[in-house]
Design a protein around this ligand. Structure first.
Ligand SMILES: Nc1ncnc2c1ncn2[C@@H]1O[C@H](COP(=O)(O)OP(=O)(O)OP(=O)(O)O)[C@@H](O)[C@H]1O
Ligand code: SF4
Ligand SMILES: [Mg+2]
Length: 326
């Protein structure tokens, strides 16, 4: 029996903008098991980053607010913790890496200083011990000449090296959960593959769970055990990776899978883009959000917003074309 590390329970995170309420994450429930990598996929604006920011309790308020549900981490409600307790968890038990490391690294401090700071903050180590640990971490993430690099400034490093430094920082406290929000999008393909390899081997070594946010289904297929497909703030399909790729159910997931260039040239390597657009976030319809773009849409679909149904063990979908497993 797998042990649950994090459980999102009916999470609702809304933004109160001048145009109206944006339900960025609307009634989202899923679990991350210990040592498991979960992929969160979906088009731009579907709520992937807001889900991650809610977990870290980093939603800017105003305009944003978690208005419902809960996030349980190691049997404790993160949403009811004091800010001080939450700071102990952030960067310690839960670490995050963002897409563009330059925005997360401070240009005026050496990378060694920044890794050491993170270590000193969460572990009771002296400055000298923290520096040694920083050198060790730089080595671990595969950067050569770690004794010199520890004294380098971020601008002296390449994009791939900076992302490795971010990973070194994120992993320096042995987090239980690593949240990686598009960690390789800004990198070229070779470096991207190296960073993914690195994350995979670190996961195996430390049994870290990973929440990997990406729009790249190839990365999901390669890295993840489980995948959550989001559309306009809601989960439309969720399941074990192999099952979901073999047997995608939701018309949106099918569209996303069709839009993946195929190595075999089966799709003529042309990107298939799903026609149409996501509905206006401040004025969502009261029926299936995918209706206007769905080739299977019927009058029946206008009767309400479909719930997630269990189709098989570990495979759920929100679409009226499917009946719940009895
Ligand atoms: N600070 C904010 N103020 C108002 N709306 C916001 C804010 N942050 C996010 N949103 C809205 O929340 C929704 C979800 O955004 P989110 O950043 O989670 O998308 P995403 O899935 O991560 O997209 P991308 O793939 O482009 O990173 C969007 O409609 C976005 O406009
Ligand atoms: S509920 Fe209807 S409109 Fe929505 S995805 Fe299913 S078939 Fe398409
Ligand atoms: Mg995002």
């Amino acid at each position: 029996m797998k042990k649950t590390l994090v459980e999102f329970k009916n999470l609702k995170t809304y933004f109160y903008t001048e145009e109206g309420v944006v339900k960025a994450v609307d009634d989202v429930s899923f679990k991350i098991n210990q040592g498991e990598t979960i992929g969160i996929v979906g088009e731009s604006g579907c709520g992937k980053s807001v889900t991650a920011m809610s977990l870290m309790r980093l939603i800017p308020n105003p305009p944003g607010k978690i208005v419902g549900g809960d996030i349980i981490f190691e049997n404790e409600s993160l949403l009811s913790l004091s800010e001080e307790k939450m700071r102990e968890i952030r960067g310690n038990k839960i670490s995050v890496i963002f897409q563009e490391p330059m925005t997360s690294l401070n240009p005026v401090y050496t990378v060694g200083y920044q890794i050491s700071e993170a270590i000193i903050l969460h572990q009771k180590l002296s400055k000298a011990e923290a520096r040694n640990k920083a050198i060790e971490m730089i080595k671990l993430v595969g950067i050569p000449r770690s004794e010199e690099i520890v004294d380098a400034y971020p601008h002296e490093l390449s994009g791939g090296m900076r992302q490795r430094i971010m990973i070194a920082m994120a992993l320096s406290c042995n987090p239980k959960l690593l949240v990686a929000d598009e960690p390789t999008t800004a990198l070229d393909v070779t470096i991207q593959a190296q960073i993914l390899d690195l994350m995979r081997s670190l996961k195996e070594e430390f049994n870290t769970s990973i929440m990997l946010i990406t729009h790249d289904l190839g990365v999901v297929a390669e890295m993840c055990d489980h995948v959550v497909v989001m559309y306009a703030g809601k989960i439309v399909e969720e399941g074990e990776v192999k099952e979901l790729f073999k047997n995608p159910l939701h018309p949106y997931t099918k569209g996303l899978l069709n839009s993946k260039p195929s190595l075999t040239g089966k799709n003529n390597n042309k990107l298939y883009s799903i026609p149409g657009q996501v509905p206006n976030p401040v004025n969502m319809p009261n029926h299936c959000y995918f209706y206007d773009r769905c080739e299977y849409a019927s009058e029946e679909c206008k009767k309400g917003i479909p719930n997630l149904k269990n189709i098989k063990e570990d495979h759920r979908v929100a679409c009226i074309l499917y009946k719940e497993e009895q």
